[in-house]
Design a protein around this ligand. Structure first.
Ligand code: GRF
Length: 195
């Protein structure tokens, strides 16, 4: 059975677009089905981009809601899509036990830095502030911590000669967009080959 994937985002959605395109014409073709895109930010540009791509969307406003209440709402809202995997693409909230336990080991995130060295927001600004010659994009399984889950794969981005933060981000996102789809493909194929 082709794995069913829900994408969670809070903002721009460039990784989501890359993943949707990869399922249509790229490395994820035939590897998974994207059931929909959900956002905790109703005004997230990524939701509009998903709609433009013809993907089902769901907006669940998390403002003013505590984590347990919002997590329960999120799980209930996702159930009709029956996703096998949750793929985070710029999702800016920590997921609590109700979500993690519903999809154990089947929630994946992309982080714009080495999660062993930098967690949380602004991974590219962190690399730029230190003028790092390279940074490592990390794809990892999600646990209840902030970017603490087991690492699935990393890919290096060459930052030498970058003139400003915008260039660091541009180089990094270019890698993210290809890398995330490749890691997910390998993950889904490995999963399907398990007895
Ligand atoms: C990306 O840099 C991703 O690694 C991080 O948040 C950013 C989301 O960007 N988790 P976008 O919304 O996919 O454009």
């Amino acid at each position: 059975m082709t794995p069913r994937v829900a994408i969670l985002l809070s903002g721009r959605g460039s990784n989501m677009v890359a993943l949707v395109e990869a399922t249509r014409t790229g490395v994820l073709a035939g590897c998974c089905e994207i059931t929909g895109v959900v956002s905790n930010v109703p005004a997230a540009p990524g939701l509009a981009r998903a709609r433009d791509l013809g993907v089902s969307t769901l907006a669940l406003d998390s403002r003013g809601k505590g984590r347990p209440a919002f997590d329960a709402e999120l799980v209930a809202a996702l159930e009709p899509w029956a996703p096998d995997w949750l793929v985070l693409a710029g999702y800016m909230r920590i997921l609590g036990p109700p979500v993690i336990r519903r999809w154990p080991g089947r929630i994946v995130n992309i982080h714009p830095a080495d999660t062993r060295r930098h967690q949380g927001l602004h991974g590219y600004a962190w690399a730029w502030a230190q003028r790092l010659p390279e940074t490592r994009i990390t794809v990892h399984r999600v646990d209840e911590g902030l970017d603490t889950g087991p690492i699935l794969a990393q890919r290096t981005v060459d930052l030498r000669g970058a003139r400003d933060l915008a260039e660091v981000e541009r180089r990094g996102l270019l890698v993210e967009h290809a890398f995330y789809a490749e890691v997910l493909r390998d993950l889904f194929i490995a999963q399907q080959n398990q007895p």
